[in-house]
Design a binder for this molecule. Structure first.
Ligand SMILES: Nc1ncnc2c1ncn2[C@@H]1O[C@H](COP(=O)(O)OP(=O)(O)OP(=O)(O)O)[C@@H](O)[C@H]1O
Ligand SMILES: [Mg+2]
Length: 245
């Protein structure tokens, strides 16, 4: 199968700090990949760079999405091409309600009933008329992020730590929402892909992930079965990654 997204020798700085150091990554159409790595390794920076946030400067190398070089494209252009992100720490937007954001995003075609169904599934009916993430608890923010993705339905979803700060019951809600976002349409058109960052691996109970990778000190150091990687990390920590570099 063809690659949906790839990076070639990606070197990235933020505020003059070298963060990514030659990342070669690729993911095929319809694949779900999991990213692991210690705090500060560069996982979030990698996602932000894929999405095109201007703080992350590509010094060398390139990013290709559905056959197009997107290295110099703006965020909105990448979003229009079908990239979507759920943030680790989403911004608060006072004065713009979750309802308004959802209305704008769902203009793409998801019908009203499906939108309402998803709002209810993610337990966010009471949050629609509040400012986006304004005073939302950690778990509520994660669910609001996911709702936006579910409604946007991008071809490639980038999900940064969907389960962090989410309680046990809500992890199931979040996991099932991600699974239906990825699963249902995979059957229909076999094309929606995902990159998911996780520390705990809870999400692996809900999605059928294809591959896992470790980012360590700005480099992709190894890849394999995500459950095997997680169990190795649980046993040995990330210490051994330095040897693989
Ligand atoms: N704008 C910035 N300016 C300077 N340094 C930055 C900036 N953004 C990120 N960094 C640094 O880059 C490194 C990687 O950060 P990043 O957020 O990508 O890590 P991460 O792998 O997502 O970690 P975590 O598991 O804690 O979320 C960190 O040391 C961070 O402080
Ligand atoms: Mg992070």
């Amino acid at each position: 199968m063809e690659e949906m997204l790839k990076t070639i020798d990606l070197w990235v700085t933020a505020d003059d700090r070298q963060i990514l150091k030659g990342v070669n990554f690729s993911i095929k159409y319809g694949e779900i990949n999991i990213l692991f790595g210690p705090n500060g390794a560069g996982k979030t920076s990698f996602m932000m760079t894929l999405m095109g946030f201007p703080k992350y400067k590509v010094e060398q190398g390139g990013i290709y999405f559905k056959g197009e070089d997107i290295t110099d494209k703006d965020i909105y252009e990448r979003a229009r091409l079908g990239l979507g992100v759920s943030f680790q720490r989403p911004p608060t937007v006072r004065g713009v309600t979750l309802r308004k954001i959802i209305e704008i995003i769902s203009n793409n075609g998801l019908n009203k009933e499906r939108v309402i169904e998803n709002v209810e599934k993610l337990n966010l009916s009471g949050h629609l008329d509040r400012g986006l993430n304004d005073g939302f608890s950690g778990g509520e923010m994660k669910r609001s992020e996911l709702l936006q993705l579910v409604v946007q339905r991008p071809d490639m979803v980038l999900i940064d730590e969907p389960e962090s700060g989410v309680d046990v019951e809500n992890i199931a809600l979040v996991g099932e929402a991600i699974n239906s976002l990825l699963g249902r349409d995979r059957v229909k058109d076999h094309k929606r892909g995902a990159i998911i960052i996780t520390h705990t691996g809870y999400i692996l109970d809900f999605v059928n992930a294809d591959k896992g990778y470790i980012i360590f000190d700005g480099r992709l150091v190894c890849g394999g079965n995500p459950r095997d990687i997680l169990s190795e990390v649980k046993k040995h920590g990330y210490r051994r990654c330095a040897e693989c570099r």
